[in-house]
Every structure is written in structure tokens, then in C-alpha cells.
Write a protein that binds this ligand. Sequence first.
Ligand SMILES: [Zn+2]
Length: 237
Amino acid sequence: MLKGLVSIFLDFPCSLCQRPASKTVCDYCEQQLKACQLKNYQHLQRSQSASSSGCLCNASESRRSDVPIFVWGRYDGNVKQAIAAMKYNRLPDLGLMLGEWLGETWQDSGLELKTSEIAVVPIPLHPKKLKQRGFNQAQKIAEGFCSVTGYALESKILCRIKQGQAMFNLNPSQRKNNITNAFAVGKIPQSKGKKSKLVLLIDDIYTTGATVQEAAKVLEQKGIKVVGAAIVATPQP
Ligand SMILES: [Zn+2]
């Protein structure tokens, strides 16, 4: 009886369905979300020619983008709902949770990138948008991801200098134009070791790859190597 009461008080409403939950989402919603998770072997391939810097390569995605992509799940159904709820109902904890799942899958994948070599860089929002939303969803995902992987979070390396339109209404060439010149390189942390850090980009959704591509281009122009991008979800190919 007492135990039952205590557990009622410790439960919060699930962020997605409002049922009591001991975590960000209830067990039912977690199960529904995890049903959208891609199998590693479907969406991740270790490059045959992987150098010591540890290139992540994904054969199916690399046709769309030169930047190797690591994706957690399919962008539909519950995952689509969760990402929308995070952004538009202002639920940053959902971002942390998805980032943790992305990190766990990353670790299970056996990609061997040394913790000390990687700087995790979330795709930034324009300051105006950030003020409007209250948080950057990619930042929250990156925080969850780093809490699991132990990589360093470096949010100031990349900044957004052009706001552009929301991407979901745009076709691929409009997306590309919309994102061109949207980023600039900000503060580069001084590397303690001899080797400069390798950047792993983080974002919530991967569609045409225009955003990741543009961010990588801007970083590489400043001599910062981008090893890939870890993304929560992508629409079914
Ligand atoms: Zn729920």
C-alpha cells in the first residue's frame, strides 16, 4: 500500500500520452518509439577504407551526402510525433532522451572513435529562432548523446547567421538555397593534445542532407574535419 502510494507520487505524466511514467515517456510510448529504431546493419556500415580517424560510412546515405550519416530511426509515426512535441510543445527532455538512445545505439555499433578525438557539434538554430523556441533541439539531443558516449560537447564551434524558412515545405533545391551561407564558424576550442578534434555533427531530422552538407562545408573551410553526422531520424528511403 505504502509502496504503491510512493510510486504514484514519484510518477510524472508521460510527455507524449500523459499516462503515469517513471521516465520522460511511459513504457508503452517507449516501446512504440523503439519500434521505429533502425537495425544497425540497415543503416550503418563501417567503411572498408576507414582510416585511424574512423570514418563512418553509410552506403545508402552517402549517395545523398558526402558526409557519412549515422541514423537512429525512421521519421514517421511516433518518432515524428515525439520530435514535433519536443519542438512545438517545448519538451526539451524528449530531446535528451532521444539523444541518449542515439548514443546507446552508437556505442552498440562498435564504431571505434576515441573519446578524446571527438567534438560533438549540434546543428545550431538562429538566435531569433532560439529565443522563440526556448532551446535548440539538436543541442538537447547532443547533450543526451554526450552523456552516454562521453564525447565533448562543443556547441560554440558552429553558429547560424541566416534564419531562412522552415525546411519542411521546401523541395530539395529550395532547401539547398535556403541553407546556403546559413552557418559560420564560431569559437574553436584550443586542443590540449597534438591532434585537432574531429567533429561529429548532431541533428534531429535528416532529409536531403542539405543542412549537414552545408555545415560540414563551412567547418572544413576552416580546416575542421567532419567525420560524420549522428541523426535521430530520417524518412524512409
Ligand atoms: Zn506515454
